[in-house]
Design a protein around this ligand. Structure first.
Ligand SMILES: Cc1cc2nc3c(=O)[nH]c(=O)nc-3n(C[C@H](O)[C@H](O)[C@H](O)COP(=O)(O)OP(=O)(O)OC[C@H]3O[C@@H](n4cnc5c(N)ncnc54)[C@H](O)[C@@H]3O)c2cc1C
Length: 690
């Protein structure tokens, strides 16, 4: 009897404890929410006035630097992708002295060169109803209403200038028979506004930016540092004690030497952090380390969980693969996406018994056309990727792993002829055949979603300045303009808008106050300390001499990211993912093996330094994804979906930019919110059905 009583008391105690824990967690959440710092529109420097006039008003009132003073000011630009190269060339052309850095052996080899499909602009050459307002609206809607209105409008506004600039540089955009620039369609738009150069648009645009850059290198206005990797940013306090970005520490990747560089301002255009997932469409050297260096110095990391999964990539084909290949979204102009209607056909495809072309028309499920009649195969990437996953999860996948859908050109070949299809997409077809060893003119291509782009990034205000004075961030590296999902052909637009047309104005507003600041010696203690911290980190890594290669740990991180922080996320999975990432961090810092010497060329050391940061970014992505209890754009929380499986936003709770502040190693970051109180646009549920 006494024992029973004890058991009852114990059970009651446990129930009470659980209830107290629950209430305490709720109270903690409420307190946290009530005390979360807020970024106001004034702090984000968003100009007042009507949407259409904000940028004009800004330009009319910003401070300028006169030519004589420009000659006295130095600017470091990290990156030679479309953002970095366009910024470096423009700033030098204006008269500033530019120091430009990149990892590759030539500025032309930046990841931007891989961009295939095209660049958007609201020229309305097709007379199909396009306008700046429509490009603005499509971009805001495409981003699931999670981008800043003022920035997106400015982007749409300057989009047309980019095309003029690039044509003037000689970029060979595709033209129609009559000589006018041609356009094609990309996802999330019902107009044709994408300018392109076959499947090599990034390459041609980068050659344009590079020629402008080379001119400035030739004139001595840009000093180019290739094969240099920035490993830290140096901040120096001004007379009021405010810390400002005044230089960088970089490693010469050929000699291994660590060097110091001064400038009056630092601009970072270091690209996105998609390689956190190990397998992605990004270039092998793409990394998030520059972003983490900014973050550790007080720049906020905004929306890290917004990562884009591109629907049309060549499926993974083995465990030893280190790179995924994109098949451009432009292929969705003429290619139709489908899987078999019947499960038995899918099984026979998976077993290799039949090919796609063997399945008759009536047994094909063009699921995007079926589900989204208004946009069909041109729905945005997040929608197309999820729809492919849904079909494959149900068993309709078409390759041996069951993780692929068809992208079929048989209709287009019949309608246009093989020659026309080859003219439009020939190099992409060739690339596909080389990798898959199958002729895509004869049998439909196989595609599957893969990590491609990161919408999240370093928080910047309207001037593209981070929360650290004098530190600017441009291109894919910043969080700006795409909200929770980027529309195809809008990254090139944003990178070039930032570099050619926005930063050259806004940076002057900052530099106009710096004209009295003399060049500083890199012997200052701030530079010495930063260099020592970099050297200590390298020494620590080299001393581990464990048993695991950098790639093996990175691959493990990638699998965890894909499984727990990938296309479908849940609270439970994210918590599990964070634990696993913490374990990987421990494994990395105790068991990584880096051969060779630190003071010479050492690829493994380069990769290890980047992986150390990918691990931190992966965790930050998971933390952000866990806190954002809604689905929007590329961030899909399985708990928040409509009965049809569409993303379910929670505008009353999450209509803000989630910014994270670094609070120290091994400490949880602090959330800061920038509310997105829309003044000009009505938020709706995204609809691509009618
Ligand atoms: C296969 C593919 C196809 C694409 N196609 C399109 C398309 O058709 N249209 C579109 O709009 N977008 C497309 N995108 C996206 C687009 O290409 C990128 O978002 C864009 O090019 C990024 O440009 P960026 O200048 O910001 O960065 P990047 O081009 O990534 O350049 C980063 C630069 O920073 C340097 N760097 C990085 N870290 C450091 C460091 N620590 N120290 C020194 N230098 C550093 C690098 O060396 C490089 O020069 C595509 C992407 C991929 C992967």
């Amino acid at each position: 009897m006494a024992k029973k009583k004890e058991e009852i008391v114990e059970a009651a105690k446990q129930v009470a404890e659980k209830a107290v824990e629950k209430v305490a967690a709720k109270v903690e959440k409420v307190v946290k929410e009530a005390t979360t710092p807020i970024i106001t529109p004034e702090m984000a420097k968003i100009p007042a006035g009507p949407l259409e006039l904000k940028w004009t008003n800004y330009k009319n009132h910003q401070k300028l630097v006169n030519p004589a003073n420009k000659r006295r000011l130095d600017v470091i630009v990290v990156g030679t992708g479309l953002a970095g190269a366009s910024a470096a060339a423009s700033l030098a052309e204006m008269g500033f002295n530019v120091l430009n850095f990149c990892i590759q052996d030539s500025p032309r080899r930046a990841h931007s060169i891989a961009a295939q499909g095209g660049i958007n602009a609201a020229k309305n050459y097709q007379n199909d109803g396009d306008s700046v307002s429509r490009l603005y609206y499509d971009t805001i809607k495409g981003g699931d209403y999670r981008a800043r209105e003022a920035n997106v409008y400015r982007l749409a506004e300057v989009s047309n200038n980019i095309i003029d600039q690039c044509v003037a540089q000689g970029v060979p955009f595709a033209r129609e028979y009559g000589g006018l620039l041609d356009n094609r369609s990309f996802g999330g738009a019902q107009v044709s506004r994408t300018f392109y150069a076959k499947g090599q648009t990034g390459q041609q645009l980068l050659l344009g930016a590079y020629s402008a850059l080379s001119r400035q290198i030739g004139k001595g206005k840009v000093k180019m540092y290739t094969r240099y990797e920035m490993l830290d940013i140096v901040l120096v306090a001004d007379e009021n004690g405010e810390k400002r970005a005044r230089g960088i520490i970089a490693r010469n990747l050929v000699t291994g030497r660590i060097e110091r560089f001064f400038a009056h301002a630092v601009v970072v255009g270091s690209g996105g952090y998609g390689n956190t997932f190990f397998l992605s469409t990004n270039a092998m050297a793409s990394n998030g380390s520059a972003a983490m260096q900014m973050y550790r110095h007080g720049a906020l990391f905004a929306n890290p969980c917004y990562a884009q999964i591109h629907p049309t990539c060549i499926p993974k084909h083995g465990d030893f693969q280190s790179k995924l290949t994109l098949m451009s979204e432009s292929l969705r102009n003429d290619g139709r996406i489908w899987v078999p209607k019947k499960l038995e056909d899918a099984k026979r495809l998976q077993a290799g018994e039949i090919k796609g072309r063997d399945i008759p028309e009536e047994d094909r499920d063009y699921y995007l056309e079926r589900r989204y009649p208004a946009f069909g195969n041109l729905v945005p990437r997040d929608v197309a990727s999820r729809a492919a996953k849904e079909r494959c999860d149900k068993g309709y996948g078409v390759n041996n792993t069951g993780l692929a859908v068809f992208l079929d050109f048989s209709d287009a070949i019949q309608r246009l002829g093989k020659d026309v299809v080859a003219q439009k997409y020939g190099n992409l077809f060739q690339m596909y055949e080389k990798i898959v060893d199958e002729n895509p003119y004869e049998n439909p291509m196989m595609i599957f979603p893969a990590i491609h782009y990161t919408m999240g990034g370093i928080w910047v205000d309207y001037e593209l300045q981070t929360t650290v004075k004098g530190l600017f961030c441009i291109g894919e590296a910043n969080f700006s303009d795409h909200g929770a999902n980027r529309l195809g052909a809008s990254a090139l637009m944003q990178g070039l808008a930032d570099g050619y047309f926005v930063l050259p104005y806004t940076i002057q507003n900052y530099l106009s106050d710096q004209i009295g600041v003399p060049r500083m010696s890199t012997d200052l203690p701030e530079f010495a300390e930063a260099e020592k911290a970099v050297q200590d980190k390298i020494d620590r890594l080299m001393a581990i001499q464990g048993n695991r290669s950098v790639d093996s740990i990175h691959k493990e991180l990638g699998l965890i990211m894909w499984d727990f922080v990938g296309m479908g996320r849940t609270a439970e999975g994210l918590k599990e993912g964070i634990k696993k990432i913490d374990a990987i961090k421990k494994e990395f810092w105790t068991n990584v093996y880096i051969p060779g010497e630190a003071n010479s060329l050492n690829n493994e050391l380069e990769k290890a330094l980047r992986l150390a940061d990918f691990i931190e970014i992966g965790r930050l992505m998971a933390v952000d994804a866990l806190h954002r209890e809604e689905s929007c754009g590329g961030h899909f929380r399985e708990e928040y979906q409509t009965p049809e499986g569409e993303a379910l936003r929670q505008d009353d709770k999450f209509a803000y930019v989630g910014c994270w502040k670094y609070m120290g190693d091994d400490k949880e970051p602090q959330l800061i919110k920038e509310p997105l109180d829309y003044e000009f646009t009505e938020r709706k549920t995204r609809n691509y059905k009618n």
